[in-house]
Structure formats: structure tokens, C-alpha cells
Ligand binder design. Structure first.
Ligand code: 5GP
Length: 188
């Protein structure tokens, strides 16, 4: 069993490259595991239930809130709820691994407040709104209306970035991956 249980918090706007970077970290660090969140949003065609998220109904989500099953939860987008399960965290720690969270900014800051010195929080930003827009369009997972909502939210989220331990600009994916890997290695 590990002496110190650590958590890595990756936050950043939709289209910042968070998911790709998470996958990279998981492939490089064998004692790191992703905390799979619950969400009420609809499943995308390239996603798998239980791998990307636990896709659950709103009724089930609210039941879990009532039963204090979440460490944190947010209505990230209108009517789309996302939450981090306490059990998911305990399960990963029992396996003797460190936990990786891929959450929105508010959730990330909440987790940072909970885990304090045992947490490393990284905000991934994208300087140009244009690049962000292009990435979201290329992803082909949302329609234009939803992309606009995500871009608006990205602007808001950038305001909180100073509260994270590190802010990394993801303009070049390869450089970003290496930078973040180094930071995480140093921490764990
Ligand atoms: P997407 O719908 O693109 O998968 O995710 C939308 C946003 O919700 C992303 O910023 C993602 O990091 C965030 N998110 C995913 N799971 C959680 C969670 O458990 N809690 C919070 N607060 N945000 C989450």
C-alpha cells in the first residue's frame, strides 16, 4: 500500500486537450488511474459506459447526491450533471494507485481544497479562442449551438486559472504532454 495517497487534478476548458493528455499520462504512469465520473449527458459514439463515464439518468444522479455518494458534483452545462464518486476514489487507492481527475474548473478547485498538499492541480489553457473553436468543430461531438456554449464557458473558466498550481498552455500537444508528464513525475 502507498504511504501517501496523491491526486492529480486536470482542469481546463472543453477542447483544451485534457482528455488526450489524461490518456497520455495514464499510458506513461502505471500507478496512476483515472477516476471515472458519473454524468447525465448523452453518450457520444466513440465512448463506452464505464470507461469514459458512468452514464446515468438524472434520477439516479440525484439519488446519489442525496446519499452523499459524490465528493463533488457540478451542473457543468445546463441540465448536464457531472460528479466524482467517493467509491471510485477509494477503489483506486485500495489498488495502491494515485488518482487522476479530469474535471471542470469549479470541481477541480473543490478537489484541491479537499486534498490540499496531497493534490497537484493543473489548468490546461488554450491561448487562442480560434484554436479552441477549431478543435471543438473537428471533434464532431457537438453541434454549433453547443460549441458556442462551450466557448463561452471557456472564457469564464480562464478567470479561475490562477488558483491552480500550474497553468499550462496547450498550443502544441507534444510539448504540453512532455511538460505535464514531468510535473506529474516530480509530484508523485
Ligand atoms: P465532456 O462533456 O466534454 O465529457 O465534459 C465536460 C466537462 O465536464 C469537462 O470539463 C470535464 O472535465 C468535466 N467533468 C467531467 N467529469 C466531471 C466531474 O466528475 N466533476 C466535475 N466537476 N466536472 C467533470
Amino acid at each position: 500500500m502507498m504511504k501517501k495517497r496523491k491526486v492529480i487534478i486536470l482542469s481546463g476548458s472543453s477542447g483544451s486537450g485534457k482528455t488526450t493528455i489524461s490518456q497520455y499520462l495514464l499510458s506513461k504512469i502505471s500507478n496512476l488511474k483515472l477516476s471515472i465520473s458519473c454524468t447525465t449527458r448523452t453518450i457520444r459514439k466513440n465512448e463506452k459506459n464505464g470507461k469514459d463515464y458512468y452514464f446515468i439518468s438524472k434520477k439516479n444522479f440525484f439519488y446519489k447526491i442525496k446519499k452523499y455518494q459524490f465528493i463533488e458534483w457540478e451542473e457543468v452545462y445546463d441540465n448536464s450533471f457531472y460528479g466524482t464518486l467517493k467509491n471510485e476514489l477509494y477503489k483506486i487507492w485500495r489498488e495502491g494507485k494515485h488518482v487522476l481527475f479530469d474535471v471542470d474548473v469549479k470541481g477541480g478547485l473543490k478537489l484541491k481544497r479537499i486534498f490540499k498538499k496531497n493534490s497537484l492541480s493543473i489548468f490546461i489553457s488554450v491561448i487562442s479562442k480560434k484554436i479552441l473553436e477549431e478543435r471543438l468543430i473537428n471533434r464532431e461531438s457537438e453541434n454549433m449551438e453547443k460549441i458556442k456554449i462551450r466557448l463561452k464557458r471557456a472564457e469564464k473558466e480562464n478567470i479561475y486559472s490562477d488558483l491552480f498550481d500550474f497553468i499550462i498552455e496547450n498550443n502544441d500537444l507534444k510539448t504540453t504532454k512532455n511538460k505535464i508528464l514531468k510535473i506529474v513525475y516530480n509530484f508523485i
